[in-house]
Design a protein around this ligand. Structure first.
Ligand code: NAP
Length: 322
């Protein structure tokens, strides 16, 4: 099995390599691709040195699985070239996510969809991945009528440039990536605005949640906010269930949920936090309580490492499924 990583020198690409090493993901040959900027640099994978190559059309020759994280434009151009030459592309960008012919997969939620691929599988948006991992057991046990997402998204979600903006901002320097300072601030805009007043990031959460969960009519709304946290996204979820529920049953199904860890003990101030989630594989949920403002309402606080479960880990899990 010949594996390629496209965008291997980026935030997500470097995490791909870590995840592959940690999980013992098997390959016969590995090739690493980037832009001309990083081509020629040396990267060690599983103790062996690899020279990063510039991405060209010829890169696709002989590749069986290609993990892409070099941005939407690169995916739009190169994913079809790789797929045409026989590779399976698992793509981290938003380029293919809403294409009806492309499965959008979170292995804990809709592994069956991966089998329907025609050469490209899309990895969902980071905030959506962690949210649907938490929603899946609730949907299975009680049914979900409506969801309100409010996100608190780390700067690592904006790549190396986002991290640099926070680090430099803390030293009093102006931002180079975000349109406003992020140090000591909150920015209620992630990605560009669309005609309905939502940002693209918010619409990704709405549309991708419906597609992954196979619930095209699910009522979903979202507000997505960039926060001055280095890594790991947090999502506040207000969920209206279809039927009456006992809190004990809610805790039970969440504790048994695939990929989920319940961290909820108010007496000992135990709840999920980004500092604790960073570097881990699980999705953490806590602050689990009844939403007393609606019938059958539930509030949850959900935290996960956006670079691992939100990107690299989920992609490698899809490759493992295949
Ligand atoms: P990043 O740190 O800025 O890395 C970008 C990578 O893409 C680098 O390896 C870069 O190579 C490569 N690249 C850029 N232009 C290229 C070109 N013309 N040809 C070939 N390679 C090129 O960004 P990131 O955070 O890893 O994100 C990458 C992608 O993953 C984006 O589509 C993002 O939306 C998606 N994603 C990110 C997250 C997240 O939380 N970070 C989550 C889900 C999805 P050079 O080193 O040569 O510049």
């Amino acid at each position: 099995m010949n594996l390629a990583i496209v965008g291997a020198t980026g935030n997500v690409g470097r995490e791909f390599i870590k995840v592959i090493e940690q999980r013992g993901f098997k390959y016969d040959d590995l090739r690493l691709f980037s832009s001309a900027r990083s081509a020629g640099s040396c990267v060690v994978v599983n103790g062996k040195e690899f020279i990063v190559e510039e991405l060209t059309e010829g890169a696709a020759d002989g590749i069986d699985i290609a993990l892409f994280s070099a941005g939407g434009d690169i995916s739009k151009t190169f994913a079809p070239i790789f797929a045409e030459k026989g590779a399976l592309v698992i793509d981290n960008s938003s380029a293919w996510r809403m294409d009806p012919a492309v499965p959008l997969v979170v292995p804990e939620v809709n592994p069956q969809d991966a089998k329907l691929h025609k050469g490209i599988i899309a990895n969902p948006n980071c905030s959506t991945i962690q949210s649907v991992v938490a929603l899946k057991p609730l949907q299975d046990a009680f049914g979900i009528k409506r969801v309100v997402f409010s996100t608190y998204q780390a700067v690592s979600g904006a790549g190396m440039a986002g991290i640099t903006d926070l680090e430099q901002g803390l030293l009093g320097k102006p931002p180079a990536n975000f349109k406003h300072p992020i140090a000591g601030n909150l920015i209620p805009q992630i990605d560009v605005f669309t005609d309905n007043g939502y940002t693209k990031e918010e619409m990704k959460m709405v549309l991708e949640t419906r597609k992954i969960m196979g619930l095209p009519n699910l009522r979903v709304t979202a507000t997505t906010v960039r926060v001055p946290v280095l890594n790991s996204h947090s999502v506040s979820m207000n969920v209206e269930l279809e039927s009456a529920f006992d809190m004990a049953d809610v805790f039970k199904v969440l504790r048994e949920g695939a990929g989920l860890v319940v961290q909820d003990d108010p007496a000992s101030r135990l709840y999920p936090m980004p500092l604790n989630a960073s570097g881990t594989d699980e999705v953490f949920v806590g602050r689990i309580r009844r939403d007393e403002s609606v019938e059958f309402g539930l509030n949850l606080w959900c935290v996960a490492d956006n670079i691992r479960k939100g990107a690299a880990l989920n992609t490698v899990q899809i490759a493992e499924l295949i």
